[in-house]
Write a protein that binds this ligand. Structure first.
Ligand SMILES: C[S@@+](CC[C@H](N)C(=O)[O-])C[C@H]1O[C@@H](n2cnc3c(N)ncnc32)[C@H](O)[C@@H]1O
Length: 590
């Protein structure tokens, strides 16, 4: 099995475990106060770790668009792995010297991907945008972290509409990749493409209803599948259609069954190819698979235009078009899923989630993380504008005329004259209605578009989010519980450490911003998981406490009590199925 190694790897393979848990302080609510959406400002390494107590195994889809490591330093973010943030982090984490840009990039990605994986649900999926600079390294890295068996696809997105003529090699690199892995390959990951229902017809009034025809030519040569290589003869006409080079898709007995069931369409001509009837009614619920080549036509320039429309000027370099992320949301999520983007940039992922919810009435939630100062002015501001509406100055384009012109037509002067007259007349008629009229001829398509300069207000799509920052560490420098913690902070943390599941927020006391109770905390019930109950008795766990909790819970498997001191004998604890854990030493990520 190929294996990826790089300078500095040894220092980062366990690094995600060493990161301190911090509290997530959500002080600002934008729009709907009940919204569970979050935008977190901070280094994603710390933020992802701090999200674990709440969202481990809970995120259905992750989309990230990390720095591609192109070497560019002039964008709003640094794409050269030498920003002060990354330099400081590498200096404090990695011992090796003379790291190449790729070494640094891999060091940066490894612990973050490790944490992202922990946040994914078992049937969760991660999509990672990347280009040629690091795609090969990323593939091997993901094989190691997610398992090569969990690879789904390297989607190919045509990101440039027009050719790039700057490359001295003469190659125009017009695509990027979206590398996709699942956490556990036992599930269908993508919903697939809509069936083209208009392909199903019933010209022969078959009582089995609408049908389409399917190819029956085989896929393997005779030496690999000899039982599918035979002459196919129509039993009624005796026409022999021979055997294709790759044989037929079915062996003789299956073919005979299809013939008996009148499922074969026999061509009249001997050189035709028999095909099979496929009935709409008999198809299973699975839609046709989703192509790894994204055929939808949206490009990087559309992402920029979207950004300009929202902000009035270009505020971000190369944001992705929201349709790209929306496409994956459509494919990989259901209406109530959580979607995470830990390299949020201009907030495209949140935009896409909001659009998708609007489209299908969903209630998907987003969590975004962005480390740079523009987390508020760009990331959060864009999401706010999409939710609450914004003044829009731009161009409204309407296609007035479209004609595919074949080469034969091009060479016939009369036809071209007719088309030219059609276009001229149309332009004359429409020119008063538009600011300008554009004519284009590309890939044999003649297009006339009316362009109107408009100033209007784009209605908001609704919703809200919490704007959060990372707070204090759970433990202080002496390894003691930090005195700034709230009971909610500590409960969620303990619950996650104990059960490796996030504690569902059920009471006000446990909401992310519950009032700071300061130490010492009251004696409290934290929650349960599979009949194991978790309690917190900060000062001391006494006989009276034990009697109380045993009375409180009926059929339980185990009681787990976090405390500083316990004055109950081991026998007594065992008899009552109680495990005692000591504060602060046992409150660790085990
Ligand atoms: C390529 S951009 C993402 C663009 C985004 N997809 C969009 O459409 O706007 C990468 C973003 O990740 C952010 N970033 C880089 N390192 C980060 C880190 N350690 N923590 C959080 N964000 C980080 C950068 O500041 C930058 O905004």
């Amino acid at each position: 099995m190929p294996y990826i190694d790089w300078l500095g790897k040894d220092d980062v393979v366990h690094h995600h475990k060493e990161i301190a848990y911090k509290t997530i302080d959500c002080q600002e609510v934008v729009g709907d106060a009940d919204s569970e959406n979050m935008i977190i400002k901070g280094d994603n390494l710390l933020a992802l770790k701090s999200l674990l107590p709440y969202y481990a195994n809970a995120v259905k889809m992750i989309y990230i668009d990390p720095p591609y490591n192109t070497g560019n330093t002039s964008w709003v973010y640094n794409d050269n792995m030498d920003s002060p943030l990354i330099k400081k982090w590498l200096d404090s984490t990695v011992n090796a010297e003379d790291l190449s840009r790729s070494d640094k990039w891999l060091c940066m990605m490894y612990p973050r991907l490790k944490l992202l994986r922990e946040l994914l649900r078992e049937d969760g999926v991660i999509f990672i945008s990347i280009d040629d600079a690091e795609v090969a390294n990323l593939k091997l890295l993901c094989d190691e972290i997610f398992g090569s068996e969990n690879f789904v696809a390297n989607f190919i997105w045509k990101s440039r509409q027009n050719k790039d003529n700057r490359n001295i090699t003469g190659a125009s690199i017009d695509h990027e990749y979206v590398v996709c892995y699942t956490k556990n390959n036992g599930f269908r990951i993508l919903s697939g493409d809509e069936r083209k229902l208009d392909q199903y017809k019933n010209p022969d009034n078959d009582p089995r209803g609408l049908w389409t025809s399917a190819n029956m030519v085989g896929l393997l040569p005779e030496d690999q599948r000899p039982n599918c290589h035979y002459d196919l003869i129509n039993p009624e006409t005796n026409i022999d259609y021979g055997r294709p080079k790759m044989g037929w898709r079915y062996d003789k007995s299956t073919m005979q069954r299809l013939i008996n069931e009148q499922r074969i369409i026999w061509p009249e001509k001997i050189d035709g190819r028999p095909r099979r009837k496929v009935f709409l009614e008999e198809l299973n619920d699975n839609k046709p698979a989703f192509s790894s080549i994204l055929e939808q036509k949206f490009y990087t320039k559309d992402g920029t235009q979207e950004n300009v429309n929202i902000f009035g000027s270009k505020k971000f370099d190369f944001p992705k078009p929201s349709q790209l992320v929306k496409l994956f949301i459509e494919q990989a999520t259901n209406k109530n899923d959580i979607i995470l983007d830990s390299f949020a940039g201009s907030g495209t992922t949140a935009h896409a989630v909001i659009e998708q919810n609007k489209q299908d009435g969903g209630n998907r939630k987003f969590i975004l993380i962005e480390t740079l100062d523009y987390a508020k002015e760009i990331t959060a501001e864009r999401v706010k504008r999409v939710q609450q509406g914004y003044a829009f100055k731009g161009k409204d384009k309407t296609t007035l005329y479209e004609k595919k012109i074949t080469t034969t037509q091009l060479l016939k002067a009369k036809i071209m004259e007719k088309i030219a007259t059609e276009v001229e007349t149309l332009i004359e008629k429409e020119k008063a209605n538009y600011t300008k009229i554009e004519k284009t001829f590309k890939e044999n398509l003649l297009k006339v578009v009316g362009v109107k300069e408009i100033e209007s207000f784009k209605e908001g799509l609704g919703g809200g989010f919490k704007y959060c920052e990372l707070g204090v560490e759970i433990f202080d420098e002496f390894g003691e519980l930090n005195s700034e913690l709230t009971f909610a902070d500590i409960s969620k943390h303990i619950y996650f450490v104990e059960f490796k599941h996030p504690l569902k927020v059920e009471s006000e006391a446990l909401a992310p911003n519950s009032t700071k109770l300061k130490l010492s905390f009251p004696n409290l019930y934290i929650g349960s998981h599979k009949k194991r109950h978790l309690y917190f008795f900060e000062e001391r766990f006494k006989i009276a406490n034990m009697k109380k909790i045993v009375r409180e819970q009926e059929a339980y498997k185990e009681m787990i009590v976090y405390t500083r001191k316990c004055s109950i004998s081991d026998d007594e604890l065992k008899k009552n199925k109680i495990t005692v854990r000591y504060i602060p030493y046992d409150i660790k990520d085990n």
